[in-house]
Design a protein around this ligand. Structure first.
Ligand code: NAD
Length: 301
């Protein structure tokens, strides 16, 4: 069993750590917030004193942070991972960030003979809890093979998609599909509700057909129950679509649907909804129609 350092114990990081502990790994954990560190120490992890200390005590250092600037500061910054990491250790960044930042961090790691993989995930909190995430990695095949047994404790599908940065390109592709799916579901359910139909009946009628999807099955029940507890926060999805648009610009690819949904997400953040689950994209479309998608009779807002 490896000695693993884990930095970033939020909605995703905490259950991922619990699965590593369950599999018998020795874990050193660190977060800027004391609460989640204390919970994991209670569950059997050791407390890292800092990012540098966590890295110095580990063979594999996992980071699960909000965005690229957080990863840059945690790995490259003062008191960061690279100040403590041993030669030959492996940094596995599982955050969803810009592929360009992954490449920058990997290059800085290489200068210190530290290996790097980008390995973002899909599946959200429920799959993080079950250890059944989809993990999409980028990096050298031999480095990937070394950490595969660790990744397999957190995910049921673990794929090497190409060199460093490829994991995050794959994740951006994933995030475009999820965001556009939720927005389309929102338009469909608002239309059905305005027509006087019960959205739950509509959901049950279509879920076995071509419009059925993992997104629909996970998010329609949340919308109908008006449960927007995250899950995956609006502000994180806005960040992913912003990174997708930046990648599109640098690769000269137009992403008109991504751009539209990114604008909806920004507007929702300005309404104070940034920490709601991304299923609340539906509320943007509800706002335009002046109606709420709810079980039972259509309710005028
Ligand atoms: P979160 O905001 O719940 O957790 C992030 C954690 O990182 C927090 O505990 C925060 O205190 C900590 N942190 C921030 N900066 C830090 C630093 N410099 N050093 C140490 N700790 C620091 O976010 P999350 O939902 O767990 O998401 C983490 C990443 O996973 C994001 O990139 C997100 O896009 C991605 N992701 C999330 C989901 C989901 O459903 N929540 C699904 C797939 C991918």
């Amino acid at each position: 069993m490896s000695q693993i350092g884990f930095i970033g114990l939020g909605i995703m990081g905490k259950p991922m750590c619990r699965n590593l502990l369950k599999a018998g790994h020795r874990l050193v954990v660190y977060d800027i917030l004391p609460g989640p560190v204390a919970e994991l120490v209670e569950a059997g992890a050791a407390r890292g004193e800092s990012r540098r200390d966590t890295a110095a005590r580990s063979d594999v250092i996992v980071t699960m942070l909000p965005d690229g600037p957080d990863v840059e500061s945690a790995v490259l910054g003062a008191g960061g991972v690279l100040e403590g990491a041993r030669q030959g250790s492996i940094v596995v960044d599982m955050s969803s960030i810009s592929p360009m930042v992954s490449q920058k961090v990997a290059a800085a790691c290489a200068e210190k003979q530290v290996e790097f993989l980008d390995a973002p995930v899909s599946g959200g909190e429920p799959k993080a809890v079950d250890g059944t995430l989809a993990i999409m990695a980028g990096g050298k095949a031999e480095v990937f093979e070394k950490v595969l047994p660790v990744l397999q404790q957190m995910g049921s599908s673990v794929t090497l998609t190409g060199p460093v940065g490829a994991g995050n390109v794959t994740k951006l592709a994933n995030q475009i599909m999820v965001a556009c799916n939720i927005a389309a579901m929102g338009e469909a359910l608002v239309l059905a509700t305005r027509a006087g139909l019960d959205p739950e009946v509509v959901f049950n009628a279509v879920k076995g057909g071509l419009a059925g999807s993992t997104v629909l099955n996970a998010k329609a029940p949340m919308v109908i129950a008006r449960n927007f507890k995250p899950g995956f926060r609006i502000r994180l999805h806005q960040k992913d679509l912003r990174n997708a648009l930046l990648a599109g610009e640098s690769l000269k690819v137009g992403l008109p649907l991504t751009s539209l949904v990114q604008q909806m997400l920004m507007s929702l953040m300005n309404e104070g909804k940034g920490d709601l689950d991304h299923s609340a994209i539906v509320t943007f479309i509800e706002g335009m129609a002046g109606i709420e998608v709810k079980k039972g009779k259509a309710a005028e807002a």
